[in-house]
Design a protein. Structure first.
Lengths: 462, 565
């Protein structure tokens, strides 16, 4: 079941919310108090709420107290106030639940809990409200009641896998190993393709000092997904418990290289829905970070533009946009984004470095060099600044200085294929053929798909 | 018997003679565990770390710490509090402050006369923590101040006046230093030093971060992608140190180091180290080749992550015997929504027993920094004081005027591990953006008092109100000179019980505690025996000692002891 919520454009935000509730409310109903807009220190638009007026309004509506938030970005205020209006008007599980979700996404646990309680009461057949309540109890340290609530959620709907996994974690932490094993087993049955069930069962086995059994389970998990932190971490622990120290160290070393954490969030649709509900800029940034692994530049640009539209003081996103526009050949847009970043307060080296990279992309080596040196004046050990400086110097024909910079980058970042290519270009351009070939070969070792290095090698007969 | 009951069998027996935590929460105001004595004490320190431009620079929110030390040799503990100061502006200079104790926990500012201000460096030098020890073994206590920028070593001339000996000492390595631990890695009688380092930060590397409300706020340290390696210095004669970070292996790994404790985890006689890293795996440095080399082995020993495989936001750390088997276990403070981490040590291998140590419930809503484990009420079991303070603006703040403030917590070991006993302290005294806690007997009455530091807020003096039960306070003097035998382990036998403590003043977060060893003796009237394992490895015993006394034990002097006033 989808939770209905209102998404209103920022320009309409609170006013539209008030207008809507004013038209549809019974006579006794009063709309939430008006918020005012203001500009933040970095130029971002902020909504200022009056928490006392909001609390008084909620009391008059016989609703639980909303979060004591006085300042928030307009989109979040829009969703929160809209949800409160709906809750006052409809008084059903979905509208109470939506307020709970909005509050919880802002980590306003007390308010969220009160609204989820109302949602549970109004709509007892919907397991989500109990599930969310259980999660709040868990993150606020009430493990025993969280356990009871997860069980209650399972009585309503036993088909949501993550309930079993969260329950199992609580049981494992409490040393209730038999129950934990049962819960992990149920998760495994519900999602047989996921390795989390085997990992959980292996953890139970490790707690029972049954390392051989744990190892078998983890090897089975590794067949499903070897490049998972948990799989390799517990594989290491099991091997260590069996005295196979070298293999254990190898597994732990593999684990160290893998992304850690967030295994619940990645598997928990309800958690994702909760955090997306306020349509906050933070949600967009999280989506941007997820998408950045895909190299889908147009999609990233679209997201980045949404972020800076809501949050014009986000220097990091402006700089991301400069790089993205540059990759897409949108030089004018890149220049405009660059100027926005440069206008924001603070003197960080990443700003002139990005400027230098932009100038270099336009083949304006002299300007790039100035910007790179400005960055190095702020942060003398910035390898990124030294790299762009080195490339600028190549274009300016100052090969000796360029080589020194690029060799320094190599010393600090020996796996940087781009730097290796730049060195190759430098050597090729100065007639140092064998050194150039070595660089291009190294490029391909580091990045086998680097076609321009392959082309250069072919040209040089290497 | 269940595993839980087995684990806590000893603790239960020790705790049987005093109220449980649940009962403790109903204690009337007249039986407060601590009272806030700040105002009357003269300890009027407010931490300053804000440039006022709302750019949320990471170092602003990390300090401050401080140290308890007897700087003037008059047998009471003075208080050194570390000041931050602006990170980018040069106009304002904020000195660290040294408060001299009159013996009754009344203090006066003697910073200028003692030369302890530490303000000579230009910004961005910004101080965070302190470690006190007699680094030159001349019988008085010296001070290391950790900073963003070069750390500073203040050497005591014996009269309580300090001079800056950083350059001569070899300790002026720049970086974002946090906690530091003096310990004798090679058991040669000269103190060595481990310094944690947090993030390779400068104002020019600052990032812009926002919270879920869309407001600018402090960044997570991972945002900087700039973990640092820690430093290890070998102590030489005369307070001179040699940087052995590379040679020892310590420079070989990086993390976000915030807390460190030295203890012999594998019982081989050589002190090892645990380092709490903020969201990067913890380090366990195992001492090898007689202190010449350290091997990072946290992964294999089960201490790099918590039991769920999470690299916790490790802040402060304490090493005490949590399960009564006479070896050092670990308690590491953590960020909110996760419990603190309780690691039980079994011959150098660690198991996450957080839940079974009671580290859920009360601990989960808050972000813990400083930690002190000690026997507040002298009943023979460990209590704890955890200092809390958020690192991001709270949506539901305790005080709207202090959006990062959280209440500190007093906890007591009960039948199911630690339970919250914060109701035994005035709630107003607990609220702040807590960072460090220093524990020591400041008023000379034999129980342990607290000094709490708050980020961009006042320091607080909490005086222990315990009046019943016996206690013991031990000064341990090493044979080869030096004021305190840092690293010495003590097993005390009294009333049919055995308790382990150690001279480990550096435990916690950014702080240095009373270097004396304290025990609660409950109803015991005499101490049957005290076994001391000195840092050099020798073991000595003393028998039949009086209770409720401050005793000085000198290495090689057994069975003689000295009663201090």
């Amino acid at each position: 079941m989808n939770v209905p919520f209102r998404l209103v454009s920022t320009s309409l935000t609170l006013v539209s919310c008030l207008a809507l509730t004013a038209c549809t409310s019974p006579p006794a109903y009063e709309p939430p108090p008006l918020a005012t807009f203001e500009q933040g220190p970095a130029g971002e638009q902020r909504a200022r709420l009056d928490p006392n007026a909001l609390a008084a309004w909620a009391r008059r509506q016989e609703l639980p107290e909303p979060p004591q938030i006085d300042l928030v970005e307009p989109a979040v205020a829009d969703v929160l106030l809209g949800a409160l209006s709906d809750a006052a008007e409809r008084r059903d599980g979905a509208s109470y639940g939506l307020v709970g979700m909005a509050c919880e996404s802002l980590e306003a646990h007390r308010s969220a809990e009160a609204y989820f309680e109302l949602a549970r009461e109004a709509e007892p057949q919907d397991f989500r409200w109990v599930y969310y309540l259980a999660c709040i109890h868990q993150v606020t340290g009430r493990d025993d009641s969280a356990h009871g609530l997860f069980l209650e959620a399972l009585e309503i709907d036993a088909s949501y896998p993550t309930t079993h996994a969260r329950l199992a974690e609580l049981e494992l932490d409490a040393g209730r190993l038999g129950e934990a094993a049962q819960s992990f087993e149920r998760y495994r049955q519900l999602v047989p393709q996921d390795w989390l069930g085997e990992v959980g069962l292996a953890r139970v086995a490790l707690e029972r000092a049954q390392a051989a059994e744990a190892l078998t389970l983890l090897e089975r998990a590794a067949q499903k997904r070897a490049d998972d932190f948990q799989v390799q971490h517990y594989l290491g622990r099991a091997l260590a418990a069996l005295g196979r120290e070298d293999e254990a160290r190898a597994a732990l070393a593999r684990a160290a290289e893998l992304p850690k954490g967030a295994w619940f969030q990645a598997r928990d649709r309800l958690d994702q829905e909760l955090h997306a509900v306020t349509d906050s800029t933070t949600s967009l940034v999280e989506e941007f970070e997820r998408l950045s692994k895909t190299q889908d530049w147009p999609a990233l640009v679209a997201l980045g533009e949404q972020v800076v539209a809501k949050r014009p003081g986000d220097k990091t996103m402006w700089l991301n946009l400069v790089s993205l526009y540059r990759k897409l050949g949108r030089v004018d847009d890149a220049e405009a984004a660059m100027r926005r970043a440069e206008a924001l307060p603070g003197k960080e080296a990443r700003v002139p470095v990005t400027r230098a990279e932009l100038e270099l992309a336009r083949s304006r080596a002299a300007e790039a060099l100035v910007a790179a040196e400005e960055a190095l004046a702020l942060e003398s050990d910035s390898l990124r600044a030294r790299a762009v400086k080195g490339r600028s110097l190549i274009l300016l024909g100052r090969y000796g200085e360029a080589e020194a910079e690029l060799l320094a980058v190599r010393a600090g970042a020996p796996t940087d294929a781009g730097n290796e290519f730049a060195l190759g270009e430098l050597y090729r351009g100065t007639g140092r053929k064998s050194e150039a070939i070595t660089c291009y070969r190294r490029c391909l070792e580091l990045q086998p798909g680097m076609t321009n290095a392959r082309v250069r090698l072919r040209e040089l007969g290497g | 018997m269940s595993r839980t009951a087995l684990l806590f069998g000893l603790i239960v027996s020790l705790a049987a003679c005093r109220p449980s935590g649940d009962e403790a929460t109903t204690t009337s105001p007249s039986s407060r565990a601590f009272v806030d004595a700040t105002a009357a004490s003269g300890l009027l320190f407010v931490h300053d770390a804000d440039d006022g431009d709302e750019l949320f620079r990471l170092p602003e929110e990390m300090g401050p710490g401080g140290a308890l030390l007897d700087h003037d040799g008059d047998a009471d503990l003075d208080v050194f509090l570390v000041q931050g100061g602006p990170l980018v502006g040069a106009a304002r200079r904020s000195p660290c402050v040294l408060y001299e104790n009159d013996g009754q926990a009344r203090f006066r500012d003697v910073t200028a006369a003692a030369g302890a201000a530490v303000v000579d460096a230009a910004p961005p030098a910004h101080a965070f923590g302190a470690a006190a020890a007699d680094v030159d073994a001349d019988g008085d206590v010296d001070l290391l101040v950790t900073r963003l920028g070069p750390d500073v070593l203040l050497v005591n001339d014996g009269s309580g006046r300090f001079t800056d000996a950083t350059e001569r000492s070899g300790l002026g390595t720049p970086g974002f230093s946090s906690s530091a631990a003096f310990f004798d890695a090679d058991r040669d009688g000269r103190l060595d030093l481990y310094v944690c380092r947090y993030v390779d930060w400068s104002a020019s590397k600052e990032e812009s971060c926002f919270d879920r409300r869309g407001l600018r706020d402090y960044c997570n340290p991972l945002e900087y992608r700039a973990p640092m390696s820690d430093r290890f210095y070998r102590g030489r004669d005369g307070g001179v140190f040699q940087d052995r970070s590379e040679a020892s292996g310590v420079a070989g790994v990086t993390g976000h180091g915030l807390g460190v404790v030295a203890a012999d985890f594998d019982d081989d006689g050589w002190p090892d180290l645990y380092v709490a890293n903020d969201q990067t795996p913890a380090f366990v440095w195992m001492n090898r080749d007689g202190g010449a080399r350290f091997v990072e082995d946290a992964g294999l020993r089960g201490a790099a992550f918590d039991g769920d495989g999470v690299a916790i936001a490790g802040m402060g750390v304490a090493a005490e015997d949590l399960d009564g088997d006479l070896d050092p276990d670990l308690l590491v403070t953590n960020i909110h929504h996760q419990s603190h981490l309780g690691l039980i040590n079994e011959r150098g291998l660690f198991s996450d027993r957080s839940r079974r140590l009671g580290l859920s419930g009360w601990a989960v809503p808050y972000t813990g920094f400083g930690i002190a484990l000690f026997d507040q009420d002298h009943d023979g079991s460990l209590d704890g004081f955890i200092v809390n303070g958020a690192v991001n603006r709270l949506t539901e703040p305790w005080d709207p005027q202090q959006p990062y403030a959280e209440p500190d917590q007093l906890v007591r070991m009960g039948e199911s591990g630690f339970v919250d006993a914060s109701d035994e302290v005035d709630s107003e005294a607990l609220l702040g953006v807590g960072r460090g806690v220093m524990v020591g007997d400041l008023d000379g009455d034999g129980d342990l008092d607290l000094v709490v530091t708050n980020n961009r807020g006042p320091a607080r003096l909490l005086l222990n109100q315990t009046t019943s039960a016996a206690w013991c306070l031990l000064s341990l003097r090493p044979a080869g000179g030096g004021r305190h035998a840092i690293g010495a382990e003590v097993v005390l036998h009294a009333g049919g019980r055995r308790q382990l403590r150690a001279v480990r003043p550096h435990a916690g977060y950014l702080t240095s505690n009373d270097p004396r060893v304290h025990f609660g003796l409950a109803d015991a009237t005499r101490i049957d025996r005290i076994d001391v394992t000195w840092p050099t490895g020798e073991v000595e015993s003393w028998t039949d000692l009086p209770a409720s006394r401050w005793l000085e034990l000198r290495q090689g002097a057994s069975p003689q002891h000295e009663e201090r006033p």
